[in-house]
Design a protein around this ligand. Structure first.
Ligand code: ATP
Ligand code: MG
Length: 258
């Protein structure tokens, strides 16, 4: 990887981009994953590349939902494995969620490559690869219908970072609680999930880990209250208003360069 100078105004964004490119070179990220990343970056620019107050509300609700779940599962694709392998393991450890690889462009080589990245980051169990990955979700027409019978098949809550809308819809249809991480508040995933964290997966994961740690000591009633008071449509509306206000301000000033 070519050196990115620390004082480059977009250094962090470039570093993240390089992680995706390296992921592709190791067969972890699919080519289409590069395009998905670019779409995410565009929305991140509109958000000001920071975790917004509505995203923080969604992170809190997501942490409560994970802790209240009987059988939570983190669904991992190429992009999320390339971006946050360590945080995926940490979240699994603090929340008790299983880790399952589920990818659109499915091949044994890619499944194994993603599993390897997760194991190198410390994962003890990676579902979705191997003999228990013979469950099916008939509502999904692509190869992504194949799920693990010890994982997503029996999960009550599924965390789906950087997800496609069709799969989110199918998971909802079969009664799963879906938590999405998606920078585009207008994507079908964002609109259909039960809890949508509109934030960069890279920023959101450490915050989600911290929030789970914090809420872990809370009584069940308090977690239920957080969920009861959470309204995903309202929170998505707040994200859109935030973008709108930000753009109005920039338009007034004539520039967003400080
Ligand atoms: P949908 O299928 O939900 O309507 P889409 O077809 O526009 O969405 P997909 O490629 O299916 O997009 O899904 C990828 C989603 O992940 C996009 O909405 C993109 O904005 C988002 N995304 C990409 N990179 C990140 C990231 N680092 N963090 C959070 N979200 C991301
Ligand atoms: Mg899609």
């Amino acid at each position: 990887m070519s050196e990115i100078p620390d004082d480059h105004p977009r250094a962090e964004s470039l570093r993240i981009r390089h992680r995706i490119i390296e992921g592709m070179e190791h067969n972890v990220v699919a080519k289409a994953g590069l395009i998905a990343h670019g779409r995410g970056e565009a929305f991140d620019y509109l958000l000001g590349e920071e975790t917004t107050p509505p995203a923080k509300k969604a992170i809190k609700a997501a942490a409560a939902a994970l802790l209240l779940s009987e059988y939570p599962v983190i669904s991992v694709n190429g992009n999320s494995a390339a971006l946050t392998p360590k945080e995926i393991i940490e979240l699994s450890e603090v929340s008790g969620a299983k880790i399952e690889v589920n990818i659109f462009y499915r091949s044994t080589e890619r499944l194994e490559a993603i599993k390897k990245v997760l194991e190198e980051a410390g994962a003890k169990e990676v579902l979705g690869v191997g003999e228990t990955a013979d469950g099916e979700i008939p509502e999904i027409s692509s190869v992504r219908r194949v799920v693990d019978r010890k994982g997503i098949l029996i999960a009550d809550t599924v965390l789906v970072p950087i997800e496609d809308g069709d799969r989110t819809q199918a998971l909802k249809k079969i009664g799963k609680t879906v938590i999405a991480v998606d920078l585009n508040p207008l994507s079908r995933t964002s609109q259909l999930a039960n809890i949508t964290i509109v934030d960069n997966h890279v920023r959101c994961m450490p915050l989600l880990v911290e929030e789970v740690k914090k809420l872990k000591q809370s009584p069940k009633e308090e977690l239920e209250k957080i969920l009861k008071e959470y309204d995903n449509k309202k929170v998505l509306g707040e994200v859109l208003e935030l973008i709108q206000d930000r753009l109005t301000e920039i338009a007034k000033k004539g520039t967003n360069i400080p």
